[in-house]
Design a protein around this ligand. Structure first.
Ligand code: HEM
Length: 386
């Protein structure tokens, strides 16, 4: 089978119907026609992602849906998402200490400011608003600016291009090229005049090409994912008629991460450099295993009543929405903070927020790399307390 993508517009948060009732490992036709595997249970996914024999190298693995890199292309310097240890370890070591909970907490006041400024603008313009460009996208893009040390004067350019990366039909390739050129130039500037930011620190330890690719990864990995978790999370709460609960058992963010699984397209895939047993099948040397996070995060063996969104679910943290093993999301603490502030500030400002169109008319991004909504028209009663 091919990876099922179609969602039921009546149930936009449920995994595609074709993923139901599959065995832990199913034969999958990959984007290039090769036959690989799809892992759909929590246990099979952990087995693959924790086994060092499986490779994340882009020149070994095949894409489940659409190939973004030419076959056989080795990862360029610094492109550590597509590397295995020990090459991968070197970059992770350099970055891990800079993404700790403590370091990310220092960004909280700035994230709160960014959220408040955008809510002010929404309130001033009056309802309705499209929450995606008005709120969900600017938060991660301005946070990344902050983290990398993009000068304030360049914020508009940076935000425009990174927004285009995420919105369908807006020349994403051109935007990536613009950002790559911009980051190359910025790395050069940071080397000459270092500031108090991540990119300046990285230039001390990496070549310009490495630092540029690391910056590009952080931008791409942290942008659409977080923006869609904010927008789709708001849609889910409104749709299910649930109030955002900041003090829920594991954190409402965890349950939303589990339930929504925005990284949905069979990534992260892994290649087997030798025969490996997984959940009772033999993955042959050279074959690729793709993973369906929407199916894995609704695994009944791991989550009780998995189809229900329960903000107080204590075991929500077991989700694999951030992956597992050595490539587990580097930015997860930052993502959690952005989501928490994003939901809290929005519902704090507009407690009566609701959809401005019927739920079935909200456009879904079923074939985008990250699942979510292309736009989210919302409305509120004016005169809500500022
Ligand atoms: C890796 C999800 C936000 C940076 C990953 C992976 C997933 C993921 C599933 C694993 C990829 C793999 O195993 O191949 C998410 C989700 C996010 C989010 C759902 C938002 C809610 C962020 C943010 C940043 C970030 C804010 C940074 C600013 C990264 C990086 C990697 C990664 C650098 C690659 C790590 C490695 O290969 O060692 N993310 N992510 N992510 N994420 Fe995130």
């Amino acid at each position: 089978m091919r990876l099922p993508l179609e969602r039921d517009p009546q149930h936009p948060f449920d995994p595609p119907a074709g993923l139901r009732g599959l065995p832990p490992m199913t034969r999958l036709e990959l984007a290039d026609g090769h036959l690989g595997w799809l892992a759909t249970t929590h246990e099979a996914a952990r087995t693959v992602l924790a086994d060092p024999r499986f490779s994340a190298r882009q020149d070994l693995r095949r894409a489940a849906v659409r190939a973004t890199v030419p076959p056989g292309a080795a990862p360029p310097p610094g492109f550590f998402v597509a590397m295995d240890p020990p090459a991968h370890t070197r970059y992770r070591r350099l970055l891990t200490g800079r993404f700790t909970v403590r370091r990310m907490r220092l960004l909280e006041p700035r994230i709160e400011r960014v959220a408040a400024d955008h809510l002010d603008a929404m309130a001033a313009a009056g309802p309705p608003a499209d929450l995606v460009p008005a709120y969900a996208l600017p938060i991660p893009s301005l946070v990344i600016c902050e983290l990398l040390g993009v000068p304030y004067a360049d914020h508009d350019f940076f935000q425009d291009r990174s927004t285009r990366l995420a919105l369908p039909g807006r020349d994403a390739q051109g935007a990536t090229a613009d950002l790559a050129a911009y980051l190359t130039e910025l790395v050069g500037r940071k080397r000459k005049e270092p500031g108090d930011d991540l990119l300046s620190e990285l230039t001390g330890e990496l070549t310009d090409e490495e630092a540029t690719n690391v910056a590009l990864i952080l931008l791409v990995a942290g942008h659409e994912t977080t923006a869609n978790m904010i927008a789709l999370g708001v849609f889910a709460l409104l749709h299910e008629g649930l109030a955002y609960e900041e003090d829920a058992a594991a954190g409402a963010e965890e349950e939303l991460l589990r339930w929504l699984s925005v990284v949905h397209l069979g990534v992260p895939a892994r290649a087997a450099p030798e025969d490996v047993e997984v959940a009772g099948v033999t993955v042959r040397k050279g074959e690729t295993v793709a993973l369906s996070l929407p199916a894995i995060n609704r695994d009944p063996a791991m989550f009780e009543d998995p189809e229900a969104l329960r903000l107080d679910r204590a075991e929500a943290r077991r989700h694999l929405a951030f992956g597992h093993g050595v490539h587990q999301c580097l930015g997860q603490q930052l993502a959690r903070i952005e989501m928490r502030i994003g939901y809290r500030a929005l519902f704090g400002r507009f407690p009566d927020l609701r959809l401005a169109v019927p739920a079935t008319e909200v456009p879904l991004r079923t074939d985008a790399a990250v699942y979510g909504v292309a736009s989210l028209p919302v409305t509120w009663i004016t005169g809500s307390p500022a």
